[in-house]
Write a protein that binds this ligand. Structure first.
Ligand SMILES: [Zn+2]
Length: 449
């Protein structure tokens, strides 16, 4: 599903580009950005093919740092509407327990397609439910990502603390610690690429303090260190979680994380809402990053991540759409706008559209532990999102970059990953979206029946 890669390609004379000194565009070669072309100049690179970008606003590809692809099958489920996190989860666990490999494949393909069409070039996924028959869930999503040409950091998630042992999930969706660790090691060995231009990476991701044992938290951290992979989990999402940790572990969630060997630069955390000032300092010192998920946090009435306080302390912050049962969309460009609005309402006009774009690119890259994505710079991967401003919503706009955020861009015209066009003219070449929607909808109806 990729087009031929030319020797060098000049993205010429963009309407606007989010890079300084690239007014005449950029030259791409070998899957990377080879040259920025300043105003009044032509490329130093010889024999470039040309892509005329006069109608396009060019961004570094957006990076999604938190998702649960399988949840695209349970959007707007009536039983889960108007509930906060714990009762919302309790309503959905029994539905998720009925996942099949076919449904998973459709859910993962659809979630990634939706992300790509919104300008996403790298995504993470936190897959933590492995009901019987879907033990190869990570294998299914690696295959789907490779078919689509999307860059991914997939996390082998886990839950092993069920209701029987004082946790929140039912027995039907948890696995035992030995099974989880063995499969974690298997998928890292099989799929994780450690090179700077990696297309598939694996991280390890126990789900939350209320669905995973302390033993599994510790053993997963040790395994990640031994294998040299990143660690991810949900933390500080709700006041319910604070109460659970106080009652069960007699400390706050961040203290618990620290006790489990998780407060370090290998870790990025989803949500990070309910931190106090001392905890924010500890995160900064540790180098632990945060994935801000504004839509999910608003739908579940969880609160608002203190993004400016985190950044001022030195904590790196990225953007995540979170699962499609609590967003309920997988549109990363819309998530940028949501982050801008939520953080501006909290911190005032010092938050600009440029901040929101930075969170979803450089900030998100930091969450993934990568320095080769998230910006338009010489040597960075040729991961780009190109938007047109030819719809009603943009008519009359002045600043093209601000218009993307303020007028509500939601669909990229073109997306490039590693020098390959994976979205052209608003379509994913080779993917029949109508057929995918029909099959995915049917799978969702069967699951929810
Ligand atoms: Zn989540």
């Amino acid at each position: 599903m990729t087009s031929d890669r030319p020797t060098a390609l000049w993205i010429k004379d963009p309407l606007a580009i989010r890079a300084d000194g690239a007014e005449r565009g950029i030259v791409l070669r070998g899957g990377r950005i080879a040259e920025l072309v300043p105003a009044g100049r032509s490329p130093a690179t010889a024999d470039t093919k040309i892509f005329e970008a006069g109608e396009h606003v060019v961004l570094p590809g957006l990076i999604n740092t938190h998702h649960h692809f399988y949840q695209t099958l349970t959007r707007a489920v009536p039983a889960a509407l108007d509930r906060e996190l714990f009762p919302w989860l309790t309503a959905l666990y029994p539905v998720w327990a009925r996942l099949t490999p076919e449904a998973l494949d459709l859910a993962m393909t659809l979630a990634m397609a939706e992300l790509m069409l919104s300008g996403c070039t790298t995504t993470t996924d936190h897959h933590y439910v492995f009901p019987a028959g879907t033990e190869d869930g990570i294998d299914i999503e690696v295959a789907a990502a490779k078919r689509l040409g999307l860059r991914v950091l997939l996390t082998r998630g886990s839950m092993n603390l069920s209701q029987r042992d004082g946790g929140l999930p039912p027995d039907s969706v948890v696995q035992d610690e030995d099974t989880i660790l063995a499969d974690s090691e298997r998928v890292v060995a099989r799929y994780h690429e450690s090179g700077p231009d990696a297309m598939v990476q694996i991280a390890l991701a126990p789900c939350s303090p209320f669905s995973v044992t302390t033993s599994l938290m510790r053993s997963t951290a040790a395994l990640a260190q031994r294998l040299g992979v990143r660690l991810h989990t949900h933390l500080a999402e709700t006041e319910d979680e604070n109460r659970y940790c106080q009652e069960v572990y007699h400390c706050r969630p961040l203290d618990y994380l620290d006790e489990c060997g998780w407060l370090n630069e290998r870790v990025w955390l989803a949500h990070g809402i309910h931190f106090n000032a001392g905890e924010i300092e500890r995160l900064a010192v540790a180098g632990t990053a945060i994935s801000h998920c504004p839509c999910s946090n608003q739908v579940l009435a969880s609160g608002a991540c203190p993004v400016c306080a985190l950044e001022e302390a030195g904590v790196r912050v990225g953007i995540g759409v979170d699962g499609s049962a609590s967003n309920d969309a997988s549109n990363l460009m819309q998530e940028v706008r949501a982050a801008f609005l939520l953080q501006r309402s909290r911190y005032g006009v010092k938050v600009s559209h440029k901040d929101a774009l930075r969170w979803a690119t450089k900030g998100s890259a930091a969450c993934t532990g990568r320095s080769d994505i998230g910006e338009i710079a010489v040597g960075a991967m040729a991961d780009l999102a190109l938007f047109k401003l030819d719809e009603l919503r943009f008519s009359g706009s002045g600043d093209p970059l601000a218009a993307l955020v303020l007028c509500g861009a939601y669909r990229a015209d073109r997306v490039m990953v590693g020098g390959n066009w994976v979205v052209e003219n608003g379509q994913i070449p080779g993917l029949d979206l109508g057929d995918l929607i029909r099959r995915h909808s049917a799978a969702a109806r069967r699951l929810q029946a």
